[in-house]
Design a protein around this ligand. Sequence first.
Ligand code: ZN
Length: 214
Amino acid sequence: MKTKASALSPDKASTRKTVLAGDYWIDVVKKGQTFRILDLEGNQAADTLFFSAMDPAERYSATDTIREQGNVFLGLGTKLMSSEGNVMLEITADTVGRHDTLGGACASESNTVRYDLEKRTMHACRDSWMLAVAERPEFGLTKRDITHNINFFMNVPVTADGGLSFADGLSAPGKYVEMRAEMDVIVLISNCPQLNNPCNAYNPTPVEILIWDR
Ligand SMILES: [Zn+2]
């Protein structure tokens, strides 16, 4: 796992926004801007979707990204590919080491299957995304645009026999991942409220979003 600290100073960021656990954040990051997700308290999971701002039908594709880089984990140098084969963003700094794009986002349905029928009403990332789509129609997204995502900071190792496991996180307080936009992208983050697995240490905490214009 490679890590690299950023040379960018938080004082020079044009946007700084704290996103509480269980909340969403949606905005456009423009081509050439650098975008950071900062894990303020450690072991959090930021479930993230990317769409082309020009045409939201073009979106982040986990399968194209994995195939192009020949690795199932995302990290420093990963080019995040779209469903049309274009580079959307590139990870330019990362103090965590790797990020998941296989595990998917939590939903009331998956909580029911994985944990218990009584978990059905617990808040999940899919609910936050659905709320964002409903509350922010100006971005032109609908329910059908919610597809596979990236779980920044989440540790989902692949076992020797090909299984997936949700493991304790590699992140820690103050760690971050940073990426430069290669096109204008809509970023939709659910700061995960999950309480049933160790993806956020059973204790959902805030993240901070920072954007630099250069
Ligand atoms: Zn979640």
